[in-house]
Unconditional design. Structure first.
Length: 289
């Protein structure tokens, strides 16, 4: 019996995490990454995740998973069981990738968008009823939640297939309608943007704002640390999408824009609201002059 195939397009942080959990679930994983340097980093990140999985007993050994990395969809055979698009949060790029991915004739075609309309992404597809959103959360191996986002054309069969894949990956799915920001991004970004405005206004330090949410509301991490983990550039892209949809309540704070322009993207760049080293939070990084 041939091993079922799971294709992930985009081998950034999210794509690597999705690929890993799919491999642990028994799929043969094929990651597509057009940037050769990022492909090397993705291979290294996957190897580290596999080593950790073996050490924690989730895998019997490194040879128990199969993950391949290619630089183009053209290198893949047709008929994969699942294709998940996980490229940056830009509607034009996602539409381009999804149109190319549908040519593989996957059993399930999904997008990992956290805020863009599924209906808008499906509009250029031959079979818009076969697309849905699978919104994973970072870090993918550790986060149990998975939003299954149903577009206006998504069929019941596609929704059922998405739920089945979610459960096979060991996730707890929730089904949400196709509204900008869905459920989690809309709520999470609202809190995150307000926390950034509080820093702008000098209400308190990032560490104390985060401590207030951790101790007062039992959040596992504060909204500013979470922004660093997700990536300030990702948060900015989502905020702009929600700003367009809902108006000024989601307007990106000037501080967020300036930090992204300065390359302070959070954990992945080593500095955001905090300083980071080897993925570990150190101290407040201070604010731009």
């Amino acid at each position: 019996m041939l091993q079922e195939r799971f294709v992930v397009v985009g081998a950034g942080t999210m794509g690597v995490g999705i690929g890993y959990v799919a491999a642990v679930a028994g799929y043969r994983v094929e990651l597509v990454e057009v940037d050769p340097d990022q492909a090397v980093r993705a291979r290294q990140a996957l190897d580290r995740l596999v080593e950790t999985g073996v050490a924690r007993g989730k895998l019997t050994g490194a040879d128990s998973v199969r993950t391949d990395i290619v630089t183009s969809l053209d290198e893949l055979a047709g008929g994969p069981d699942v294709v998940v698009e996980a490229v940056p949060e830009r509607a034009d790029l996602k539409r381009e990738v999804l149109r190319a991915a549908q040519a593989l004739r996957p059993g399930l075609l999904a997008t990992n968008t956290s805020s863009i309309s599924i209906g808008a992404l499906a509009a250029g597809l031959d079979a818009p009823d076969r697309l849905l959103g699978l919104h994973f959360f970072n870090p993918v191996p550790a986060m149990a939640l998975l939003e299954v986002v149903v577009g206006p054309a998504t069929s019941e069969e596609t929704t059922a297939a998405g739920l089945a894949v979610a459960r096979r990956l060991g996730k707890e799915p929730i089904v949400v309608r196709d509204q900008p920001g869905f459920a989690t991004s809309r709520l999470g970004v609202a809190v995150g943007l307000e926390a950034i405005r509080m820093v702008e206004d000098g209400v308190a330090s990032p560490a104390d704002i985060d401590k207030a949410m951790v101790l007062g509301y039992r959040h596992p991490v504060g909204p500013l640390e979470l922004t660093d983990i997700v990536g300030l550039d990702v948060r900015l892209d989502i905020a702009r999408t929600l700003h367009e949809a809902y108006g000024e309540r989601f307007a990106p704070p000037a501080l967020l824009v300036s930090m992204v322009e300065a390359g302070r993207l959070g954990r992945k760049s080593g500095e955001g609201f905090y300083r980071w080293e080897a993925g570990v939070r150190l101290a407040d990084a201070g604010l731009p002059a």
